[in-house]
Write a protein of this length. Structure first.
Length: 230
């Protein structure tokens, strides 16, 4: 179910390092507004967040299992406008935020989510990790463990939020929440492969995989081109 678009679409990518969640959301909002006005091309943001728990539009407070422990660790709980329930972000987790006009890709919402999952599945396959989907549950799984979470937001077919892949993430904070409300454990590439994983390499493979799945020609640009304060 990869993109039905027959043309290779231009898309720019920015590798931003570690960015506070609130700043990244403000940046997404600004870019989504500009994309809707056709002021910018499709854009990918690749980054990591400092430790934070986020609650999607269907998030349930009871899925934050240990709010006092989170507070003691200075891990904020932020309510946001993506789909889905609760998840954790932290260093070592590669977050992909596509700001796309989905009309150009001729994608439905389920098709877009499928493509995001496929992007991660193909990346993981390049490391010898056999990942896949689980019926009625969003995200990417290795066996019964979740390795990538998804949560998207669409307004007038412009996308925000996206995909979070556990590369070498500290998995302990996931025990303080019920990730995505599923009651299932999280895993990471580093845990599965028992070795150090280069984030730079994973970012490069993510960009390549996204381009293949979506049918996009991606140019990596200097973050300074985004303007503003990151």
């Amino acid at each position: 179910m990869a993109s039905g678009n027959k043309n290779i679409l231009p898309c720019r990518a920015f590798r931003l390092g570690i960015v506070d969640y609130e700043k990244a959301l403000l940046l997404q909002n600004r870019l989504a507004e500009a994309r809707g006005k056709e002021e910018i091309p499709d854009t990918l943001l690749l980054l990591q967040h400092p430790p934070v728990v986020t609650m999607g539009k269907s998030g349930k407070a009871q899925n934050v299992l240990s709010p006092q422990v989170l507070e003691s660790k200075n891990i904020k709980v932020i309510y946001t406008d993506r789909g889905g329930d609760v998840t954790y972000h932290g260093p070592g987790q590669l977050v992909l935020y596509p700001i796309l006009n989905l009309r150009a890709y001729r994608l439905s919402v389920p098709g877009y989510v499928w493509n995001l999952e496929e992007t991660a599945i193909r990346l993981l396959a390049s490391y010898g990790i056999a990942a896949g989907r689980m019926e009625k549950l969003r995200g990417v799984w290795v066996g019964q463990e979740k390795i990538a979470a998804l949560g998207v937001h669409l307004s007038r077919w412009i996308s925000k939020h996206g995909l979070a892949l556990n590369v070498s993430t500290d998995l302990d904070p996931f025990s303080l929440i019920n990730p995505c409300g599923t009651g299932r454990r999280a895993t990471s590439m580093a845990a599965l492969l028992a070795r150090r994983i280069s984030m730079d390499e994973v970012e490069e493979k993510m960009i390549r995989s996204f381009g293949e799945v979506f049918g996009a020609r991606i140019s990596v640009e200097d973050p300074k081109a985004l303007g503003g304060d990151l």
